[in-house]
Design a protein around this ligand. Structure first.
Ligand code: G6P
Length: 618
């Protein structure tokens, strides 16, 4: 949700900022802008629309402009036009900032600043930060004995007045060789190259230049000058930082031969899940090793209750986790939307374990739910993809997905990665608690076969495209599943909505009778997940109900199920696997269906309307 990138080094900053913004574009793409320092002047260029629109209005890069900040926006306050685009200049014209986050008390601060004579021209909350820094900078601290840099002091002073979240890149025209970054609740990383620095919302904008990075915690700021940087808290206490290696390569975030990141990520799943299981699934000894949470496994086997908190696709993975923990380990589990959990005054008894699931590790609601759970004394574990992210650092311990960076806004490999981690954890807990060693061995064995089975399903991509094409004129779809495949139905509907803008509802199949069945008419597509399992006969009944009312059935069935063919207008098959592992297979055709439908409708699959990859605001 908004991407910021800033550069200070020896090269012309403009092309580096534009390249960085393109790599961050998945975080927001409704407007963009740059602020370049040239001698004692700040030059700002902004545009509504994508980075490509901004590029069209830029002059040739100036080799003398080696410091600049850039921003790609996902609007919260104020419509996505040029005036509201970042960077924002303060009323004195000396300070420019790019901001990711939300300032909650901006109304009060705006009135206060207006009374002091500050002028505002945008509708954004961000302009308040620029003006606040500008105000304190102009006023000065009035203490002659204070030798602290005036710009640095003004930033600290302003940040103390702000309630809310921020990742900030700030420049001042009086200091053409100084860049300041600050962070609270929104991500910020500093890439440290050879006498050059790239400050960005995430590592994707950095890896092309360096793999050495500094991660910050909340209320920290970094002051970068030519050939050096130092980190302090906003209370002016120096903090020493180690350089960390960024764990992914440029290749992982490039499209290669694929047309879209989403398609690449769908096809990457066999490899991604193998990476996720590598070193963890020990078939020989019938064990699962999850180093990150070793110390907490005993707590988990004794816990009376697990609460899973997550948003969006991660919430659907959490629902699969609920089924897994209850079925395999017999631990009562509830999955909560993080946005509800954080405001719900939840009951957290002694020994409750909260598991937070997030691809980005930055989702504001999920992060707040972690804080809430910690305050109430729960042990909080994370299932996160992005290493070093805010949620990863806020939790007591966790398991990284290791599925590589996910760029497509619609989550795919992160979902299967999350379900793989939850399956590994549930099997291991089950093995320690209730399962016989034969059962545990057989699940471990089956789990390790999942990547090859996904490879088989992917071969049906062209067939699935034909199914999407045959139904592309339909504007309402149902997705229905039971048991472990009920969360997959929710995920299938979400995927279709997100990128093809087709209205879709996901339901536990039996619930259809209690309302949604009224919608079925005119060959309305109903996607059934009807793989072999304990509820197979029941779902066959639901399929009959849809057909009897003129609906069209798209059925995901188990390979070799001959008898289901006559009930399907369209059939997609997946290899057989135990019911508890089916979500990792049954979701694949639904991802492909949504992808092809979106392409057929001519949408920008990787940057769907109104969405952002990482939702760092409430
Ligand atoms: C956004 C994304 C979804 C994602 C959700 C949670 O809405 O568009 O794809 O599932 O956030 O994100 P997280 O990073 O916490 O998994």
């Amino acid at each position: 949700m908004c991407g910021i990138v800033a550069y200070l080094g020896k090269k012309a900053a403009q092309p580096i900022l534009i390249e960085g913004l393109k790599r961050l574009e998945y975080r927001g793409y409704d407007s963009a802008g740059l602020a370049m320092l040239n001698g004692g002047a700040i030059k700002i260029k902004k545009s509504s629309g994508r980075i490509s629109c901004l590029e069209e209005i830029l002059d040739k890069p100036d080799e003398a402009e080696v410091l600049g900040i850039g921003h790609t926006r996902w609007a919260t306050h104020g419509e996505p036009n040029t005036v509201n685009a970042h960077p924002h200049l303060d009323y004195t014209g000396k300070i420019a900032i790019a901001h990711n986050g939300i300032i909650e008390n901006y109304g009060t601060l705006k009135t206060w600043l207006q009374n002091k004579g500050a002028k505002f021209c945008s509708e954004t909350d961000t302009e308040v930060i620029a003006n606040l820094i500008g105000y304190f900078y102009a006023k000065g601290n009035g203490d002659e004995s204070n030798s602290q840099n005036k710009f640095e002091w003004a930033v600290q002073r302003a940040l103390h007045e702000i309630h809310g979240t921020y990742g900030l890149a700030i420049v001042c025209s009086d200091f053409p060789e100084m860049l300041i970054g600050a962070k609270k609740g929104s991500p910020l990383i500093l890439g440290v190259g050879d006498n050059e620095y790239i400050l960005a919302s995430d590592a994707a904008a950095i890896v092309e230049h360096t793999t050495q990075a500094v991660y910050f915690t909340d209320n920290e700021m970094v002051i970068i000058g030519p050939n050096k940087f130092h980190t302090k808290t906003i209370d002016n206490v120096t903090v020493s930082k180690d350089l960390k290696e960024i764990e992914f390569s440029l290749e992982q975030i490039e499209l290669g031969d694929f047309k879209h990141h989403m398609l690449k990520e769908i096809f990457e799943q066999p490899k991604a899940l193998s990476m996720c299981m590598r070193g963890r699934v020990d078939r020989q000894n019938g064990k699962i090793r999850l180093g990150g949470i070793d110390r907490y496994l005993r707590d988990l086997t004794r816990t009376k209750r697990i609460i899973i908190s997550a948003c969006g696709t991660a919430f659907h993975a959490g629902l699969v986790g609920e089924f897994l923990f209850e079925h395999l380990a017999r631990i009562p589990t509830e999955t909560e939307y993080a946005s509800e959990f954080r405001y719900r005054n939840p009951i957290i008894e002694d020994g409750t374990v909260v598991i937070s699931i997030s691809q980005s590790g930055e989702t504001a609601d999920t992060l707040a739910s972690v804080e809430q759970a910690k305050e109430r004394g729960a042990t909080v574990l994370g299932i996160i993809n992005v290493v070093g992210s805010s949620i990863a650092r806020a939790t007591d311990a966790g398991i990284y997905l290791h599925v590589g960076p996910e760029i497509g806004v619609a989550s795919t490999k992160a979902f299967t990665g999350q379900v793989t981690v939850l399956s590994m954890l549930a099997i291991e807990l089950g093995r320690r608690m209730h399962l016989s060693s034969t059962e545990a061995d057989s699940y471990i064995d089956e789990l390790s076969k999942i990547p090859d089975k996904i490879e088989q399903i992917l071969k049906q991509s062209e067939e699935i495209k034909k199914i999407a094409s045959a139904n592309i004129d339909k504007n309402n779809w149902l997705f229905l599943g039971r048991g472990f495949n009920y969360p997959v139905a929710l995920e299938g509907a979400l995927k279709l909505k997100e990128i093809s803008y087709i209205h879709a509802e996901g339901l536990p199949a039996a619930e259809m009778k209690h309302g949604p069945i009224a919608l079925i008419a005119d060959r309305m597509p109903a996607v059934f997940i009807a793989t072999k399992g304990p509820q197979y006969d029941k779902i066959m009944g639901n399929i009959a109900e849809v057909r009897a009312r003129g609906g069209k059935t798209i059925i995901v069935a188990t390979e070799g199920d001959e008898s289901i063919k006559e009930h399907a207008d369209h059939l997609i098959t997946v290899p057989d696997t135990p019911e508890i592992l089916q979500p990792m297979l049954t979701v694949i055709p639904l991802q492909l269906l949504a992808y092809h439908a979106a392409v057929l409708r001519g949408h920008d699959v990787d940057k769907p309307r109104n969405l952002a990859k990482s939702v760092t605001v409430e």
